[in-house]
Design a protein around this ligand. Structure first.
Ligand code: TXA
Ligand code: MG
Length: 344
């Protein structure tokens, strides 16, 4: 199959992409978080193609992308006031809400669940496409399952060129990590995945928020994940990743001592001089966590190289956007975290 590349700048793009979606085909779409692999979310046959292209486990439900908050009413019922307040505060933007699904939403899209995840992305071209095709677009991150997410059209091409009919290029994603997922079927609402809207921002609108255990810890095999996607190994380059925590100089001394030829260091820009002999790669500035989220997946994809032995990674504090970055890195590292204060 020949993949058609469209530019978000081009006037005809929205119409052409919407036709693919209406015809039950896949289109890779830009959003402010990561690129998605989209299909008509109300058509189980179209949704099947997403699972096949990504190699995604069947029980892992998809997010429905909508073009405004009003579209939520057609897909969900028992919508609490909090959901409308959150939509008013953060949509279009990187927030996904889990709500009870109406009958119209196929079980293929929800992975068999009675709830559905909805979000209104902050991308003009993608909202225009949703409006034109007249249906919600189901879209997971466009990466092959398990791999780091796609934050440029180039990343999507690397994973899917010749395997999907259309890729819309909207430039590099501004946020760089996926949307925040909040389950509003419980009170207080439960944070299932930290993302572009911070915990502090959610609390400012809804008050108390429960943070799901899967955000910060590995689940054991018999535990049921509230967001089924959170139980799978994720975001991971081909080689093992280990997070080295703690104070800058102390961590650098530990890493330099353990580093072997072929290993790499994933660090903050401010730390590059400390790792001159250890093949460092910076993913952003520690003092500005938004640069870390924007750069994380591109860095993890650069490190997705079987010739690398091990990656020692530095991780920001757990506040603000740092929470989403820490969550993704922890999952890439399968929650392997070394504290030089306790590990010799
Ligand atoms: O930023 C994003 O959210 C991106 C862009 C493309 O919008 N999409 C994305 O989709 O990250 P995906 O499929 O990679 O991650 C969706 C997560 C999965 O962990 C899935 O298990 C969870 O959302 N999810 C979807 N529907 C759910 C539901 N009804 N209940 C609980 N979790 C759900
Ligand atoms: Mg994903």
């Amino acid at each position: 199959m020949q993949t058609l590349y469209l530019s978000a700048q081009d006037k005809a793009t929205a119409q052409i992409a919407a036709e693919f979606i209406k015809n039950g085909e896949l289109v890779a779409l830009p959003t402010e978080t990561v690129y998605g692999l989209g299909a008509n979310g109300l058509d189980p046959t179209a949704v099947d193609k997403i699972f096949a292209a990504k190699g995604r486990p069947n029980d892992n439900p998809l997010i429905l992308h909508i073009c405004d908050a009003a579209q939520m009413d057609g897909l969900c019922h028992h919508i609490p006031d909090a959901a409308y307040n959150l939509a008013a505060a953060f949509w279009p933007g990187p927030l996904t809400m889990v709500l009870p699904a109406k009958e119209i939403v196929p079980k293929r899209t929800t992975g068999g669940l009675s709830t559905v995840a909805v979000r209104c992305p902050d991308s003009d071209i993608t909202r225009a496409i949703i409006r034109l095709c007249g249906v919600p677009i189901a879209a997971p991150s466009a990466n092959i399952s398990g791999k780091p997410s796609t934050t440029t059209a180039r990343h999507v091409r690397d994973d899917h060129d010749g395997r999907i009919p259309c890729i819309v290029d909207g430039g590099a994603c501004r946020v760089g990590v996926e949307s925040t997922i909040l389950d509003l079927t419980e009170q207080p609402p439960r944070l299932l995945r930290p993302g572009g809207i911070t915990l502090e921002e959610l609390q400012s609108v809804v008050g108390e928020v429960t943070v799901d255990k899967a955000v910060t810890q590995a689940l054991s095999h018999d535990e049921i994940a509230k967001a089924p996607g959170m139980k799978y190994r994720h975001y991971a380059p081909a080689c093992p990743v280990v997070i080295v925590s703690g104070q800058r100089q102390r961590a650098a001394a530990w890493i330099r001592e353990h580093w072997q030829p072929g290993d790499r260091v994933l660090c903050f820009e401010e730390e590059l001089p400390l790792y001159e002999t250890c093949a460092p790669l910076s993913y952003g500035r520690e003092e500005d966590p938004a640069t870390l989220s924007a750069g994380l997946f591109d860095a993890l994809r650069q490190l997705d190289d079987p010739s690398i032995g091990k990656v020692y990674a530095r991780c920001p504090e757990d506040t603000g956007m740092g929470m989403a970055v820490r969550n993704r890195l922890s999952k890439a590292a399968a929650f392997q975290i070394i504290d030089p204060e306790v590990t010799p």
